[in-house]
Design a binder for this molecule. Structure first.
Ligand code: ARG
Ligand code: GLU
Length: 654
């Protein structure tokens, strides 16, 4: 109990000013940050951001689908998110006759808005520190198993109470700071969400993979949806009788724009960060995981690209898969570089040395060595785990052998045959034989070459099935369980190491790592210096789109109408995107970017490549989030979509 008290005291130290603009803060505890926010320009109160008694900004923010954020922009359930967050839904409504991905989509009336089975949005009703309830009955002499059983039991009761029959609520209890604090989150989830508008991909995905994670950026990355509810405004299955949802709160839109230095904050659902890990964890990512995965994905991307360049049909089949592989591939490159450039490993090592000196004679003594030993034990098998996922488990022929519902529409066998040879070879060469199933080793000695093995697998379904099952079974029974066990042990030590770090650095503010729960990040509009002698301005304009425009380059081929508008004159300085210092990560896509008065000025959609190590360490000099300027969204709605009837239901602050 005493420990809990100390920890509570340490967590309350959140009131100290944060270094620069780092941090993803819990909205319910934002009162601890509010003075710092106000000192940096924020004009509202903590209650405006989060309140359980009255409507607040939190009521205008949703978890969109399973991993994006969206925001309410009218009292009739209108919602903005990113184009790349709506992409798969836009794709599902597209056909050769109506190619909404290519041409865009604008519902002229409510009746034209398109339903999306499976798509949900979640509003946060409330969040609450339940650490004491979750740990109720805990005794210091309990084993870890007993402790966990107690937590499970207490959590179950909490959830049952929060979601009691008929209230239509969902709830979850999330561990923060590696299980040092627990929060109960209560949600209301709506499941009739319809597509209202999307720009053509040549605007919404302008720059494609070439510009992804990069600045200067000119992507009109937005799409528009509407939430529908039953007549009682409560969640309902899709029905023609449903009506537009009336939110407790929607955002006012600012047309005043932003300039360098302006205060901004991002309200959304960041997915995952690891800011407090040991140097060995970083070293593994920087020296092993990132470089190896990058190399493997380079091979896969080259194979896909070769065939996509030869055929438009193959390009369409593989564009979404390609984007998925390329997105992390490019992020990891920025991350690896950033970790090295910032000397994160030696800096963490020096920190650990100071920590151990301080920890002598306390219960924290030796904890960093303990972590180093655990990583040494985990890394070889974890590397094998990652290899499975990046090589043999990506082979589509082996996936379809196990999965009768495999999507054959987007399958092109010549790509997969080359993938088979390349990925099986990489897997075999990189891993010791102990990490491979017996069946694999037997077959390897029977076939004269990987080519011959490939021919057999692609000719005889039995052969594909046998290999697929052997690899998959070995992975799930022999590779994944020890990895899970070791990670569990590591996280247990982090629970103490986290407390140790908080006691060691009493003057530092700790925010919980991201876990897809609602957070507020705040900062200001600012450019950065990617390299010596280069300064990047924080605002991009339509002029830059015209500079990039090239009908021969797929990623830069803009719609003719945009060329015509530019040629007519008057729109050259139309703002398109901007940079700010808000600390964001994957999951923050689609998040509202708000100004000092809480008005919508942008939609977050990316980070700069040089700053992607912010998932492990945030460098205020270089970490920037990239947002769509809301004025470009309005421009595209009006000039490209001719859908400015949508403005009638929006509220403009200025
Ligand atoms: N990089 C952004 C985010 O991480 C945008 C992703 C859109 N996808 C793409 N491959 N361009 O996820
Ligand atoms: N595009 C990312 C997403 O889908 C956001 C970029 C980032 O990782 O910060 O959430």
């Amino acid at each position: 109990m005493k420990r809990t008290v100390i920890l509570a005291a340490l967590l309350a130290l959140g009131a100290l000013p944060a270094k620069a603009d780092e941090g993803m803060w819990l909205p319910a505890l934002i009162s601890q940050r509010i003075e710092d926010m106000q000192a940096k320009g924020f004009k509202l109160s903590a209650e405006d951001i989060y309140s359980v008694n009255q409507a607040s900004l939190k009521d205008a923010v949703v978890l969109f689908g399973s991993g994006c954020t969206g925001e309410l922009v009218s009292d009739q359930g209108l919602l903005f998110t990113n184009h790349h967050c709506g992409y798969s839904f836009i794709q599902r409504h597209s056909s050769v006759e109506h190619d909404y991905l290519k041409d865009g989509f604008w519902a002229k009336t409510r009746a034209d808005e398109l339903p999306n089975p499976g798509l949900t949005v979640r509003f946060l009703e409330s969040m609450e520190d339940v650490t004491e309830v979750v740990l109720k009955g805990y005794k210091a002499k309990m084993t870890e198993e007993q402790r966990q059983a107690l937590i499970d039991k207490n959590t179950k009761k909490l959830l049952a109470k929060a979601t009691k029959e008929g209230n239509g609520l969902k709830a979850s209890v999330e561990a923060l700071y590696y299980g040092n604090q627990y929060f109960l989150f209560i949600f209301r989830e709506y499941r009739d969400v319809r597509l209202v508008g999307a720009p053509p991909s040549s605007i919404g995905k302008f720059g494609g993979e070439t510009d992804n994670w990069m600045w200067p950026r000119h992507t009109g990355d937005f799409s528009i949806f509407r939430i529908y509810a039953g007549a009682d405004n409560m969640p309902a299955d899709y029905s023609e009788a449903n009506v537009p949802y009336r939110p407790k709160r929607s955002l006012k839109i600012s047309r005043a724009g932003v300039k360098e230095g302006d205060f901004t904050f991002v309200y959304g659902c960041p997915g995952s960060t690891q800011e407090y890990v040991h140097s060995e964890a970083v070293k593994y990512i920087q020296d092993v995981s990132d470089p190896e995965k990058i190399a493997l994905r380079t091979t896969r991307l080259n194979i896909m690209k070769k065939y996509m360049d030869q055929s438009q049909a193959v390009r369409i089949q593989y564009s979404s898969k390609y984007a998925g592989v390329a997105n992390a591939w490019k992020k990891w490159q920025g991350e690896e570089k950033g970790l090295r450039k910032n000397h994160v490993v030696p800096v963490k090592q020096a920190y650990e040395k100071r920590f151990e000196e301080w920890a002598q004679g306390t219960r924290f003594e030796g904890i960093t060595r303990q972590l180093a030993n655990l990583y040494a034990a985990r890394n070889p098998i974890y590397r094998a785990y990652e290899y499975y996922r990046e090589t043999v488990l990506t082979i589509e022929k082996l996936q379809m052998a196990r999965n009768p519902r495999f999507n054959m529409k987007d399958y092109y066998q010549p790509i997969d045959e080359e993938m088979f040879v390349a990925m099986m070879t990489a897997f075999d060469e990189a891993l010791e034989d102990v990490y491979k199933p017996r069946f694999f080793l037997e077959r390897r000695s029977q076939y004269s070459s990987m080519e011959a093995w490939k021919d057999a697998v692609f000719t005889f379904d039995n052969e594909a099935k046998a290999l697929s099952e052997a690899l998959n079974d070995f992975f799930t029974t022999t590779i994944a369980p020890p990895v899970a066990e070791l990670n569990k042990s590591i996280n247990l030590v982090y629970r103490d190491y986290m407390q140790g770090q908080m006691e060691f650095e009493k003057g530092k503010t700790f925010y919980p790592d991201a876990n897809l729960t609602l957070r507020v990040a705040y900062g200001h509009v600012e450019g950065y210096r990617p390299l010596d002698a280069i300064y990047y301005d924080p605002v991009s304009t339509l002029r830059g789109i015209i500079e990039k425009d090239n009908p021969d380059i797929f990623d830069y081929n803009i719609p003719q109408v945009l060329r015509d508008i530019y040629a007519r004159g008057g729109f050259g300085s139309q703002p398109v995107c901007f940079l700010a210092t808000n600390h964001t990560t994957g999951g923050n896509s689609g998040s509202p970017v708000l100004n000092a008065r809480g008005h919508l000025v942008g939609i977050n959609f990316d980070r700069v490549w040089e700053g992607t190590m912010s998932d492990l360490v945030y460098d205020p000099e270089i970490c920037r989030n990239i947002s769509l300027d809301v004025r470009y969204l309005l421009f595209v709605i009006k000039e490209i979509g001719h859908a400015d009837y949508l403005f009638d239901e929006m509220t403009f602050a200025d």
